[in-house]
Design a protein around this ligand. Structure first.
Ligand SMILES: Cc1ncc(COP(=O)(O)O)c(C=O)c1O
Length: 351
């Protein structure tokens, strides 16, 4: 009954969402703070009658608000919004990557990339990480490829590579093939590559509202690139779903853009909590990779990642363990509220 192409599909497995008891949820890199007041206001002012109508297919008000928040010369025609950055990534894969050459991405990275590649029949090649676990951009750009994608900071390591190195990568790579920098975690300490857009016509930057903007539940992500690439994304979207961002989400996304100081403040707090938490673990003999994201990737030898995950779960904390070769002794821990991280630190340093 199922189409033949279905048999090879290997879906993405998200962080678990158990309902059996109240856990402190530190397994999906969600933000522990609420969205800003402007978002609350926009929700309470939203006129339910307006739901009779389809939303603006171009999300113009939202894209204008994003453009003024982002700066760096970004204009509305350089922005494409979608139903979470996962959907935006799906459109990016479809629009820019061919199946005649492999798409290259780091060996350990966001595990949705191989899933989309499989979905669209794009072959992949994984570039090994450097010995310090950072993304090796030279290795990434080597060989013939249809395009490149990597998160900066990378997931699940949290390691950020500097803009000078991103610039060298772009200089060394053919300008008619797309390089995607997924900046899902950029607001927790890294420097955005937006300033490079004026020089590199093949650069696509992906952002999400799920992490630094505190609404993973509303589903909003966007791509920033030069207008010809954005037009291509609109063509793909309009061949699939004309209205990927609903009316309420367009409104609250635009409202959030006006509250940048609030988001800067809470994300700086998260960065401080992260650094305190990492220092505590290191002091107890853990290896913690240097993260500029809202999570840390850490291990305590000789414990397996599964053992650490289970100990945290018994204590009421959900963290993430990836049973993949090379990283199975690590756990990824999202940064939550300071008090929760102190309690978790006490559990883990006792291991
Ligand atoms: C690197 C990276 N990109 C994109 C996403 C997807 O985010 P969303 O679809 O919630 O916008 C995630 C989510 O964890 C991620 O880690």
């Amino acid at each position: 009954m199922l189409a033949k192409r279905f048999s090879d599909l290997k879906p993405y497995v998200p962080g678990e969402q158990p309902r059996d008891r109240a856990y402190v949820k530190l397994n999906a890199n969600e933000n522990p703070y609420p969205p800003s007041e402007a978002v609350r206001d926009a929700i309470s002012r939203f006129d339910a009658d307006a739901l009779r109508f389809y939303p603006d297919p171009d999300a113009s008000e939202l894209r204008d608000a994003l453009a003024s928040m982002l700066g760096h010369g970004v204009t509305r025609d350089m922005i494409f919004a979608g139903n979470g950055s996962d959907e935006v990534l799906s459109f990016v894969f479809y629009a820019f990557f061919d199946s005649d050459r492999p798409l290259r991405f780091p060996e350990h990275t966001y595990s949705f990339y191989p899933v989309y590649a499989g979905y669209y029949g794009i072959t992949v090649e994984k570039a090994p990480l450097a010995s310090d676990w950072s993304v090796d951009l030279e290795a990434l750009a080597s060989g013939d490829s249809t395009g490149l994608i990597f998160p900066n900071p990378n997931a699940p390591t949290g390691i950020y590579v500097g803009l000078d190195r991103v610039r060298s990568l772009l200089d060394s790579y053919p300008s008619d093939r797309v390089v995607v920098v997924d900046e899902a975690y950029i607001d927790f300490g890294g420097e955005t590559a937006l300033s490079l857009l004026s020089e590199y016509p093949n650069l696509v930057i992906i952002r999400t509202f799920s992490k630094s903007f505190c609404f993973a539940g509303a589903r909003l992500g966007f791509a920033v690139a030069n207008p010809p690439l954005i037009e291509a994304l609109f063509t793909v979207k309009n061949s699939f779903n004309h209205f990927p961002v609903d009316a309420l989400t367009q409104k609250i996304g635009a409202a959030a853009c006006g509250d940048a100081p609030y988001y800067r403040r809470i994300n700086a707090e998260i960065a401080q909590t992260r650094d305190r938490f990492a220092a505590g673990l290191r002091g107890a003999g853990w290896e913690v990779l240097p993260s500029l994201a809202n999570f840390v990737f850490a291990r305590k030898r000789p414990h397996s990642g599964r053992r650490v995950y289970e100990r945290a779960r018994e204590a009421g904390f959900l963290i993430r363990h990836f049973d993949y070769p090379g990283i199975s002794d690590f756990v990824r821990i999202s940064v939550g509220l300071p008090a929760d991280m102190e309690r978790l630190s006490a559990v883990l340093t006792g291991l």
